[in-house]
Design a protein around this ligand. Structure first.
Ligand code: GCO
Ligand code: MG
Length: 404
C-alpha cells in the first residue's frame, strides 16, 4: 500500500482549515488536519513544497517510520509549523490504516478503555446574567462540564466573548490586521471569583467548571487567582501564565490546590517534559494537530500517565472536524484521559466535513466507522475560499503589548 498522491486542501467554511489528503495505490484515502490558526499558509507551503513530494511511493502502513523520516530527516525539528505539518501526515496515515483494515483508529491504538469521551462546552456572555443563562443552556443540553468566560467589567472587549445564538461560541475571525483588545489584570482578578461564585450559586456544584486565562497573568497573580477560586471547586484553570516560563508553575503550585491545565500552544514532548515530570500541572492540553499527530501525542500522554497527569486536549473551533475526530479516537484509548474540549464548528463546516461522532449525555462517541470517521466533500470545500484572518492582539491600558 504505497502513497500515490498527497494533496493539500485549503477551505474556509467559517474558519480557515488546512487538510492533507493522502491516497494510496490501492485507492484508500486518509485525511489529516494541518491547520495552524492565523498562520495557515506557512503549513500549506511546508507540506506542498517540502513534504508531499517526499511522501510519494512510501509504504503508507509504516506510520512510525514516516514520522521519524519527517521529524529527524528535516534537520530542523519541532516548532508549530513543522509539527502541524507532521501531524497532518500522521493522522492521514492512521486514517488510511484504519480504512485499510476496516477498524476505527481507537481499535488500532489498543481499543477503547471507556464508553464515551467527557467533553466540555463554552459558555460565556457580556454580563454575569448572560453567562448564567448560557450555562443553563449547556446543562439543559446535557453537558457535564462547562468552561465559563465573561467580559471583564470596565474593559471594552474581552477575547473570546461572542455568542451568535447557535449555542456555540467562536473566537473573533478578523481580517488580516488583528483587532486590539485592552487588558487589565487587576480588574480581571477582582471579577473572576465573583463570576464563578455566581455560577455556582445559580447552578450548583453538580457539573465540572473550567476557566481559561489565556496566558495573561504573572505567576503571583495566577497563584492568587487559583486561591480565590478554590471555594468554587474548579475542574481547572487553563493557561494561567505564559507557559514557556516553566519554573513559574512552582510558585503557582505552592499557593493553590486549584488544578492547572496547560499546553495548547506546545508542539512537542520536549515542551511538556519539565511540567509533567515535576508534577507542576494536572492536565496537559496538547492537540493532535499541533503536536505531531496521534503518534507523538500518544507519547506525551504516556509520559503524563507516569506522573498522574491527565489529558485535556485543545478542541477549539480553529481545529477542524478532522482534528476533533482524531482527538476522540485517542481520548477513547488512553487510560489517563481527563477531558476533551468541544467548541463545535460553524454550520458551513458541516457541509464540508462529514463526521460520525455524536454527543450523548455529556459524552462524545466517535462511532465505529473505519479510520478517523470523517470524509471531506471537496466540492463543498472549494466553495469556501481562503481569507487571511488573525487573532486579536492584547494590550495593557497604556498600550504595552501583553501576553495572551
Ligand atoms: C481554547 C483556546 C482558544 C484559542 C484559540 C486560538 O482553550 O479553546 O484558548 O480560545 O484562543 O484556539 O487559536
Ligand atoms: Mg485555551
Amino acid at each position: 500500500m504505497r502513497i500515490d498522491s498527497a494533496e493539500v486542501i485549503v477551505t474556509s467554511p467559517g474558519r480557515n482549515y488546512v487538510t492533507l489528503k493522502l491516497t494510496t495505490d490501492t485507492g484508500v484515502t486518509g485525511l489529516g488536519d494541518a491547520t495552524l490558526n492565523g498562520r495557515e499558509l506557512a503549513v500549506v507551503s511546508y507540506l506542498r513544497d517540502h513534504v508531499c513530494p517526499q511522501l510519494i511511493g512510501k509504504d503508507a502502513s509504516r506510520i512510525t517510520d514516516i514520522w521519524e523520516y519527517l521529524y529527524k530527516g528535516a534537520y530542523w525539528r519541532r516548532g508549530p509549523v513543522t509539527m502541524t505539518a507532521i501531524a497532518g501526515v500522521d493522522c492521514a496515515l492512521w486514517d488510511i490504516l484504519g480504512k485499510a483494515t476496516g477498524r476505527p483508529v481507537h481499535e488500532l491504538l489498543g481499543g477503547a478503555v471507556r464508553d464515551g469521551v467527557l467533553v466540555y462546552g463554552h459558555a460565556n456572555g457580556q454580563t454575569i446574567d448572560d453567562v448564567l443563562a448560557d450555562v443553563g443552556r449547556y446543562l439543559e443540553a446535557g453537558y457535564r462540564a462547562i468552561r465559563v468566560q465573561a467580559s471583564v467589567p470596565g474593559l471594552d472587549s474581552t477575547y473570546g466573548i461572542h455568542h451568535d445564538g447557535t449555542g456555540h461560541t467562536y473566537e473573533p475571525a478578523d481580517a488580516r490586521y488583528p483587532t486590539e483588545n485592552v487588558w487589565d489584570s487587576a480588574a480581571y482578578l477582582r471579577f473572576a471569583p465573583e463570576l464563578m461564585a455566581a455560577v455556582r450559586a445559580e447552578h450548583g456544584y453538580d457539573f465540572h467548571l473550567l476557566h481559561d486565562v489565556h496566558h495573561r497573568l504573572t505567576p503571583r497573580e495566577a497563584a492568587r487567582l487559583g486561591k480565590s477560586l478554590e471555594p468554587f471547586d474548579m475542574f481547572w484553570i487553563e493557561d494561567a501564565t505564559p507557559a514557556e516560563d516553566q519554573t513559574a508553575f512552582e510558585l503557582i503550585r505552592a499557593h493553590t490546590v486549584t488544578p492547572l491545565a496547560v499546553g495548547e500552544v506546545f508542539n512537542s514532548i520536549w515542551d511538556c517534559r519539565h511540567l509533567i515530570s515535576n508534577r507542576l500541572v494536572d492536565y496537559i492540553r496538547c492537540s493532535v494537530s499541533h503536536t505531531g499527530g496521534i503518534t507523538h501525542l500518544r507519547k506525551i500522554f504516556d509520559l503524563a500517565a507516569l506522573y498522574g497527569v491527565r489529558t485535556g486536549s485543545h478542541g477549539a473551533g480553529d481545529l477542524s472536524p478532522v482534528s476533533f475526530a482524531a482527538a476522540l479516537q485517542l481520548d477513547l484509548a488512553v487510560p489517563n484521559f481527563g477531558i476533551q474540549e468541544y467548541m463545535g464548528h460553524l454550520s458551513p463546516a458541516e457541509e464540508v466535513f462529514k463526521t460520525a461522532y455524536r454527543f450523548e449525555d455529556g459524552y462524545m462517541k466517535p462511532g465505529d466507522r473505519p479510520g478517523l470517521g470523517v470524509e471531506i466533500d471537496e466540492e463543498a470545500a472549494a466553495r469556501y475560499a481562503y481569507e487571511p484572518k488573525s487573532l486579536p492582539v492584547n494590550r495593557l491600558r497604556d498600550g504595552t503589548i501583553h501576553d495572551w
